[in-house]
Design a protein around this ligand. Structure first.
Ligand SMILES: Nc1nc2c(ncn2[C@@H]2O[C@H](COP(=O)(O)OP(=O)(O)OP(=O)(O)O)[C@@H](O)[C@H]2O)c(=O)[nH]1
Ligand SMILES: [Mg+2]
Length: 273
């Protein structure tokens, strides 16, 4: 037998021994697994280490109330709710640039668990779900940018809304004058939504001279009357009349036994209807 043949036989022998050891090890492992199954009453589960950076998320069907907006410029907006008991109410926020629409909406939504948020050019959407007398109510807020280019979003924002907020900055009279244009545009697409006229930045407004305050209060009340709207002065910064406005809408929509108090005192946040 040559040197090479001796080496091959030697290697074969070692492989044979290794094979037998592996078979015996597999046999004992099988017996051990069976013993474990019998002792804990559950099938043995094998855990796999996931690659680093892997994120775990629930399957899509487990995500509650998915809001899908294909393109807000067209009317292809779909709201999917997996909960049959969830009532979805759409509200649009309209008004000039920099008057505090987004701040107002963000103050209301807060940073609670159930909030959802979607920002696109010209329109920002936020959702907030709350329990009202045992029912789950979800407000879908459509905040249209105040610039001219965002006007295209008015139809989609107003369509099917239950309420429309016509907003102006209490410290900027021209933004109050603009409300007429916003109202005319909105009513083309929705004639039934509850109109609410909201003066923002009340915290800055109270620092203005009383006669100027009085002039603005008078004009705002006249506009509200013409629009058949309820008038609220508010401040997102100081959380004045933010939640109250949503409570008012709910009470009006569902005939709840809650009434907002009229307040016509100069220097206080006005509420008029
Ligand atoms: N003092 C005061 N400032 C506010 C209040 N709400 C908003 N602001 C300020 O007003 C500015 C504009 O606020 P936004 O919420 O971005 O206004 P907007 O109406 O969404 O503006 P556009 O998205 O451009 O249409 C920001 O500097 C805010 O900090 C408020 O209640 N009081
Ligand atoms: Mg904004």
């Amino acid at each position: 037998m040559t040197q090479l043949c001796r080496k091959i036989v030697h290697v074969n022998l070692r492989w044979n021994i290794f094979d037998r050891v592996s078979i015996i090890r597999e046999f004992f492992k099988f017996i051990w697994d069976r013993l474990l199954v019998c002792s804990i009453g559950k099938p043995a589960i094998r855990y796999r280490r996931l690659p680093l950076g892997t994120t775990l998320s629930p399957p899509p069907e487990a995500v509650e109330g998915v809001l899908v907006v294909d393109n807000p410029a067209t009317t292809s907006c779909k709201v999917y709710e997996t909960d049959a008991d969830l009532v979805s109410l759409k509200v649009s926020l309209l008004g000039d640039c920099q008057i505090g629409k987004t701040s107002f909406m963000s103050k209301y939504v807060g940073d609670e668990q159930e909030q959802r948020y979607l920002e696109m050019t010209g329109v920002t959407l936020m959702d907030k779900t709350q329990i009202v007398q045992g029912a789950r109510i979800s407000f879908s807020l459509w905040d249209v940018g105040g610039d001219q280019s965002s006007m295209d979003h008015v139809p989609i924002a107003c369509k099917d809304a239950v309420a429309i907020f016509f907003m102006f900055d209490l410290t900027s009279r021209c933004t109050l004058n603009s409300v007429v244009g916003w109202y005319t545009q909105a009513r083309k697409w929705n004639q039934t939504a509850i109109p609410i006229l909201i003066g923002t930045k009340f915290d800055d407004f109270v620092r203005l001279p009383p006669d100027l305050q009085w002039t603005i209060v008078t004009q705002a009340r006249a506009y509200a009357k013409a629009m058949k709207a309820t008038l609220f002065f508010s401040s997102a910064t100081h959380n004045i009349n933010v939640n109250k406005i949503f409570k008012f809408i709910l009470a009006k929509l569902f005939n709840l036994p809650w009434k907002v108090e009229r307040n016509l005192n100069i220097g206080e946040p006005i509420i008029d209807y």
